[in-house]
Design a protein around this ligand. Structure first.
Ligand SMILES: Nc1nc2c(c(=O)[nH]1)N[C@H]1C(S)=C(S)[C@@H](COP(=O)(O)O)O[C@H]1N2
Ligand SMILES: [Mo]
Length: 195
């Protein structure tokens, strides 16, 4: 079986960024072990340039639940169009968060220790969300369950699996891959792959 193919239809050609191919399946890309986190133990923490906050599973479920369809672009040259997720819009999470006037950057933290950085502007882009459901099924742990971040407008290393919190910052801190040579922003249309 072929795992990747070139975009074919006009629609695919328009939506697949430069030097990307389409994945037939949904590859799993994880650096290190897959953390196992129960819903009971799951917690999402906010700290730094914000009033400290902890959201547990029930509180997350109490926020508006929505369907999202998003394209997914991994920097290793594969993309997947129309991935169907269910979860919570980041704007609905941000309504729970009281930022200081200095907050301009975010370091996203994960169970297992992975981190990735975003500007506050990229985090609060209207397309960004927390996902707990993939194609109608409970988000599998290898794809980031119980809850992952999805940032459709940037390369997928920004879509942090097993998210455990957001550290708001006045001064930018780089995340794991960004420290190791990946671009600080990662716009797939500009091919911001490595720095
Ligand atoms: N916590 C964590 N999040 C992560 C990663 C990781 O290794 N750990 N890999 C990133 C990369 S490089 C990609 S392409 C996507 C892959 O998501 P998937 O495994 O669901 O396809 O997750 C991103 N989020
Ligand atoms: Mo990736």
């Amino acid at each position: 079986m072929k795992h990747f193919r070139n975009p074919q239809t006009d629609e695919e050609i328009k939506r697949v960024p430069p030097r990307q191919r389409l994945a037939n399946g949904f590859p799993v890309l994880t650096y290190g072990e897959t953390p196992q986190v129960s819903l009971e133990n799951w917690a999402f923490n906010v700290w730094g340039e914000a009033e400290p906050l902890t959201l547990r599973w029930d509180a997350l479920m109490g926020l508006p639940q929505r369907e999202f369809r998003a394209d997914f672009h991994c920097v290793t040259h594969w993309s997947k169009l129309n991935v169907q997720w269910r979860g919570v819009e980041i704007s609905d999470v941000m309504e729970q968060i009281d930022l200081t006037a200095s907050a301009q950057y975010v370091l996203v933290h994960c169970y297992g220790g992975y981190t990735t950085n975003l500007t506050l502007e990229d985090l609060t882009d209207p397309g960004v969300f927390l996902a707990h459901t993939l194609h109608g099924e409970v988000l599998p742990s290898e794809h980031g369950g119980p809850v992952r971040l999805v940032v459709p407008h940037l390369y997928a290393w920004k879509s942090a699996k097993w998210i455990s919190g957001l550290e708001f910052l006045a001064v930018e801190k780089l995340g794991f891959w960004e420290e190791n040579g990946y671009h600080r922003r990662g716009n797939p249309w500009q091919q911001e792959r490595y720095s």
